[in-house]
Design a protein around this ligand. Structure first.
Ligand code: NCD
Length: 319
């Protein structure tokens, strides 16, 4: 595997292997020195054409904990501002000698294009409404860490599915791992056609609350909406927001998830966001370990995992 562009690149076995590899890096992240030399000498570039807090920092943290060198490309201070094309930008950075690009762009398909222009590995860090495969892996990992497996679980994905790359990748990952997925949204926030999507649909959050193991809330993608898809945010929250009253009707072991960034008070009430059954910060923490697993899988072929044992902890001065 050269690139990770879509969850479709992974079958059930390879997702399960990636999650098992993640267990190993969770253990590394719990050590006093959270670092292993697995990707020493490799260079990983984050090429983010769209805003991000957690995904970019998470990948950069993952790369550093594997001992790789990192470079960050920020559009706002780059020659893209002078009109340089993405292809020329990629080829310029590639000429420095790069092993992997993590690419985020507001247009679907840009990471796949970049993969065609470079021999380096390319990881999709989120492209338009298309996919966000590492988010799906960290979400699957978080659910698995609580429930052992996703087999037979009922998962509701609630809110702005239409504009959500997270929803598209999550649906693929969750169903591949044996869960059933129900999309809960007003018709205007669903894609025009769901043909071929392995999901069921409900327009009524109250109806599904008592029946689910995971309530996955999506961010209302206000920046991607130029038409009035909901009458008002207040009305949207009243029908589809996870309020404290609604959260109290979830099964006791049900998990509440959100990819972040949250619109507190719109799709999720502040007190629900901070409640014990909510695993949003665990998702963020697991994101680092999952991305370590992905980068290791793509770039670490020469390194034996067994070599990264407790006794092989790097000293800070080695890095
Ligand atoms: C998501 C994204 O950017 O796709 N955030 C993230 O990566 N954790 C979700 C979102 O922006 O709503």
């Amino acid at each position: 595997m050269k690139d990770l562009l879509s969850v479709r690149d992974l079958d059930r076995t390879s997702i399960e292997e990636m999650l098992a590899l993640t267990d190993h890096f969770v253990e590394v992240n719990n050590r006093a020195i959270r670092k292993v030399p697995a990707l020493r000498g490799k260079t990983i570039v984050s090429l983010f054409f769209e805003d991000s807090t957690r995904t970019r920092l998470s990948f950069e943290t993952a790369a550093k904990r594997l001992g790789a060198d990192t470079m960050t490309f920020a559009v706002s201070s780059s020659s893209v501002k002078k009109g340089e094309s993405i292809r020329d930008t990629v080829q310029t950075i590639d000429a420095f000698g790069v092993d992997a690009f993590v690419v985020r762009h507001k247009s679907s398909g840009v990471p796949a294009q970049v993969a065609g222009w470079t021999d380096a590995a390319v990881v999709n860090g989120g492209d338009g409404w298309h996919e966000h495969p590492t988010q799906a892996l960290l979400d699957a990992y978080t659910i698995r860490s609580h429930r052992g497996s996703l087999d037979g679980l009922r998962i509701a994905i609630v809110g702005d599915v239409k504009h959500s790359r997270v929803a598209r990748s999550d649906i693929l990952a969750f169903t591949t791992l044996g869960a059933s997925v129900t999309l809960v949204a007003p018709p205007t926030l669903l894609p025009p056609s769901l043909e071929g999507w392995p999901v069921s649909v409900s327009y009524d959050l109250d109806e599904v609350l008592g029946t689910i193991d995971v309530c996955y809330m999506l961010r209302m993608q206000l920046e991607r909406q130029d038409e009035g898809l909901v009458p008002s945010l207040r009305e949207y929250s009243a029908r589809y927001g996870l309020t404290a009253a609604r959260a109290s009707r979830l099964a006791p072991k049900a998990l509440v998830m959100h990819p972040g960034p949250m619109n507190r008070g719109i799709e999720i009430a502040p007190e629900v966001a901070d409640a014990p059954g909510t695993v949003i910060t665990e998702q963020v923490a697991n994101g680092v370990a999952v991305r370590m697993a992905v980068l290791f899988r793509l770039l670490g072929s020469g390194t034996q995992l067994d070599a990264l044992t407790e006794t092989d902890v790097m000293r800070e001065s080695d890095v």
